[in-house]
Design a protein around this ligand. Sequence first.
Ligand code: ADP
Ligand code: MG
Length: 267
Amino acid sequence: MSEETIVEFNQISKFFGSVIALQEVTMHIKKGEIMCLLGDNGAGKSTLIKTLSGVHKPDKGEIIVEGKKIIFDSPRDALDMGIATVYQDLALVSLMSVTRNFFMGREPIKGFGPFKTFDIEKANSIAAEKMKQIGIDIRDVSQAVGTMSGGERQCLAISRAIYFGAKVLILDEPTSALGVHQASVVLKYIVKAASQGLGVILITHNVHHAYPVGNSFTILSRGRSMGTYSKQKLSREKLLNMMAGGEELDKLEVELKEIDRIGKKNN
Ligand SMILES: Nc1ncnc2c1ncn2[C@@H]1O[C@H](COP(=O)(O)OP(=O)(O)O)[C@@H](O)[C@H]1O
Ligand SMILES: [Mg+2]
C-alpha cells in the first residue's frame, strides 16, 4: 500500500441470500485520484458503494482506511472517517434555503448556554462564499434550493461534503440527469476537488463523462471486478468496448473467421 492510498477494498464479498452481489472485489483509492466505477445494471456498483459507506456490512473481506482495518456499523461511522457519499437523489430539500441545505442542522452556533442559537448570518456568508468558490454566484442564499439548476444542486451537495471534512467522495451517477453543459460544470468541479487532494469514486454509465476526468477505471461485471486500469493503459475505444461487452464480440469474430478459413481449406 502506498502512502497516498486512502481506502483499500480487500477481497470484499457481499451476498443477498443466494444472490452474489459482490465477489472478492479488490480496489483502492488514492489521494487526488478520480477512480471511475463502471458496469452494467446489476453489476454491483451500488452494493459496492453502500458497503464502503457503511450501509451494508461485507460478508467477506476487509476495508482498510488509512492503513487501519475498519468495520463500519453505520453510515455515520463511515462519515466520521471522512467517507462521504452523494447519492443520486442528493438528499436536498427543495423548499429549504441554500444555506439550510448546506448545513442541515450543523449551522455555526452563537451565544452560550440557554442563549445558544444558530448563527444565521455566519451560515449565510459561509454558504455564499463556498458556492462562489466553485463559480456559482447566488444572489440570495436564503432562496429555496429548488430554484437552482440540477448541476448547481449537484455542486452544492459536493461542496457540502468537502466542507464537512470528506477525504473520499463517492458520487453515484452525478451527471446522469444533466444536459451537456451542466454535466461539464459538475465534472470540472469534481476535477478541482480531486486536485485539492480528495479521492473521488465516480460512478457513471457514461464513458464520455468518465474518460476525460478519470485517472483510473474499475469495471464491474456481475459482482466481479474485471480489473482496475490506469488511463495510460486503457484507450477510450477499449473502455467503450469493455463496457459494451465488445471484447467478447471481437473474439467471436476471430473465431468465426477461423472457422470460415478452415471450411474453405477443406472444400
Ligand atoms: N438489498 C438487496 N437485496 C437483495 N438483492 C440485492 C439487494 N441490493 C442489490 N441486490 C442484487 O445485487 C445485485 C447487484 O445490484 P446493484 O449493486 O444494485 O447493481 P448496480 O448498482 O451495478 O446496478 C443485483 O443482482 C441486485 O438485484
Ligand atoms: Mg445502482
